[in-house]
Design a binder for this molecule. Structure first.
Ligand code: AMP
Ligand code: MG
Length: 350
């Protein structure tokens, strides 16, 4: 597969022109990667099965893993979903546009390939000017999973997308680094009590405050192939760089001690060791390369950095990446730990 991938960098005065050209590519059944507030998405017309097939091919994504459909307004949402429960409307009022995907019963207008053959669809209204204008101008909902090769860390800037997908997609809109850095919270609204299938920047507490109750339906473990899952995506490897990843969880000083011991051990084996650590731990330990996660007490900084850090250390050809798990596990920290635990080949709990 070699397509000439066009790269559109947004500047102060070309916004309208870029949106016009890229929305045309969507209308013609092509693929366009674009920024959202969470991560970059790889978009195609959600109602055009041939276009959606191109997303699966470009990413190497398993066909039974459904795509999130992005909308620009509530009217589009009612065209795609049926029996929208009152609780879902309340969540939309509270959090849309924003990093919240709602699983709803779908209408037949959505092709099977988009939903992975399910009778439900994941809908989200992104909180990003480029994403919203692209959808509006294309005049159709846009199916968009993260714009990375399947299994690899999600992209948080256009360089990551180009690294993974150049020659495999029609266009990339470069809107700089994303704000949040981890993918949307996914909530299944088809059960009596809604179920969180993936943690994100909107926390369980935020959702409870809005609708009273919510269940946790995800695990942070890598799942084995034959386990029953509520969301097809849970079965697959996620967020994994080429290097081995060890996550060390515990209090700051013990984590720093354990990382020091791990570095010595792996240096003894002649391995190149990279660190993905908080500013505080970085003051105590050092190795061949270090990528900072920001202040350990502010998990939103880690959220913005984890995927970029895993990719950076992979590009530096580290054999092993040691990750600092002393970051605060609250709010978006829950999503940070979910991604890191899935990325890890080994987790050490102190
Ligand atoms: P990605 O687009 O790569 O961020 O992944 C989207 C996630 O949402 C995957 O884990 C999907 O399995 C999940 N998802 C999308 N649509 C549905 C659906 N209708 N039912 C359950 N999970 C879904
Ligand atoms: Mg993804």
């Amino acid at each position: 597969m070699t397509i000439d991938t066009r790269i559109f960098r947004i500047t102060d005065n070309n916004f309208g022109g870029v949106i016009k050209e890229t929305s045309q590519i969507i209308q013609e059944g092509g693929t366009v990667a674009f920024p959202t507030e969470t991560v970059y998405g790889l978009g195609a017309d959600a109602l055009n099965p041939d276009a959606v097939l191109k997303i699966f091919e470009a990413k190497g994504r398993p066909a039974d893993n459904p795509l999130i459909v992005h909308v620009a307004d509530r009217k589009q949402c009612t065209e795609l979903a049926q029996d929208i429960p009152e609780m879902a409307s309340r969540l939309m009022d509270a959090f849309w546009p924003g990093p919240l995907t709602l699983i709803l019963k779908c209408k037949t207008i959505i092709p099977d390939i988009t939903t992975g053959g399910l009778d439900t669809v994941g809908l989200r209204m992104p909180d990003d000017r480029i994403a919203l204008e692209l959808i509006r101008c294309a005049g159709t909902p846009i199916a968009a999973p993260s714009a990375n090769r399947s299994g690899y860390p999600s992209p948080t800037n256009a360089e990551h997308v180009v690294h993974d997908l150049e020659g495999r997609i029609d266009a990339v809109i470069d809107g700089g680094n994303v704000n949040i850095g981890v993918e949307s919270t996914v909530v299944d609204m088809t059960a009596n009590v809604p179920v969180i299938l993936r943690p994100g920047n909107i926390s369980a507490e935020d959702i409870k405050r809005c609708i009273g109750a919510v269940q946790i339906g995800y695990t942070d473990r890598r799942m084995s192939g034959d386990e029953r899952v509520r969301s097809p995506g849970m079965k697959y490897t996620h967020y994994s760089p080429k290097a081995d990843v060890i996550l060390v969880e515990g209090e700051l000083s013990e984590v720093a001690d354990a990382i020091t011991a791990l570095i010595a051990d792996h240096y003894g084996k002649g391995m190149h060791v990279g660190l993905l650590v908080s500013n505080e731990v970085a003051r105590i330990v050092s190795a061949d390369a270090t990528f900072l996660l920001g202040k350990g007490q502010d998990p939103s900084q880690a959220a913005r950095s984890i995927f970029m850090g895993l990719r950076h250390l992979d590009n530096e050809n580290m054999d092993l990446i040691i990750v600092d798990g002393s970051i605060k596990n609250e709010g978006v920290g829950t999503a940070v730990f979910n991604r890191l635990r899935k990325a890890a080949d080994r987790i050490i709990k102190i």
